[in-house]
Design a protein around this ligand. Structure first.
Ligand SMILES: [Ca+2]
Ligand SMILES: [Ca+2]
Length: 193
């Protein structure tokens, strides 16, 4: 493993920690007075051509007119450098007090992609860190990360005390370049536990 891949892993870990720490802090600070405020949620978003999707499953805390959520997520966009990244997705939403309500929100995603191994026996680097440089069958693995943020607008309908469904549009801005920003249309559901 060479210095640049170590640096990219370190950078990825630091950024992941910053984002997940911020999201966890938001979750922790959201007032919660009963177990019914905690919920599982799952959501799927597709772009209009079906070339891109974002799917997330996680936990949501909802109190009064604010919700916070954090989940495991897969982001796919065929125009990205590597099309699929797995990571963490979370955000906050603001609602009215009605059961059927519009909402606005903002979220963030950070994900990781490990590309295929490739032969690296002629680059003067000890890629696998075993003390010998460019030995036979020395391989390198690329580590790639993605960071994105998204504003969103949507509608939420509370079916009953424990369940709700939502529909929203999210505009994803990532470090893959502004030309690859994309809009998804999302459906989600939430169940209290
Ligand atoms: Ca080596
Ligand atoms: Ca090498």
């Amino acid at each position: 493993m060479n210095l640049s891949s170590l640096k990219s892993i370190k950078e990825f870990i630091i950024k992941t920690c910053i984002i997940s720490g911020t999201l966890l802090g938001t979750l922790a600070l959201t007032p919660s007075t009963s177990a019914k405020d905690q919920a599982m949620y799952t959501e799927l978003g597709l772009d209009k051509d079906g070339d891109s999707f974002v799917t997330t499953t996680g936990v949501m805390t909802e109190k009064a007119n604010v919700s916070s959520r954090l989940g495991v997520s897969v982001m796919h966009n065929s125009e990205f450098e590597y099309s699929t990244y797995v990571g963490i997705n979370g955000g906050v939403r603001l609602y009215t007090h009605n059961d059927f309500t519009p909402f606005v929100g903002i979220g963030a995603f950070t994900g990781y992609h490990s590309s295929d191994h490739y032969l690296a026996d002629d680059d003067d680097i000890d890629n696998d860190n075993d003390g010998s440089v460019d030995e036979d069958n020395e391989y390198e693995t690329e580590h790639n990360y993605i960071i994105g943020v998204y504003p969103e607008i949507g509608l939420r309908y509370k079916i009953n005390r424990n369940a709700s469904i939502s529909a929203s549009a999210q505009y994803h801005v990532t470090n893959q370049g502004a030309e690859h920003n994309f809009l998804t249309y999302n459906l989600g559901c939430k169940f209290s536990f």
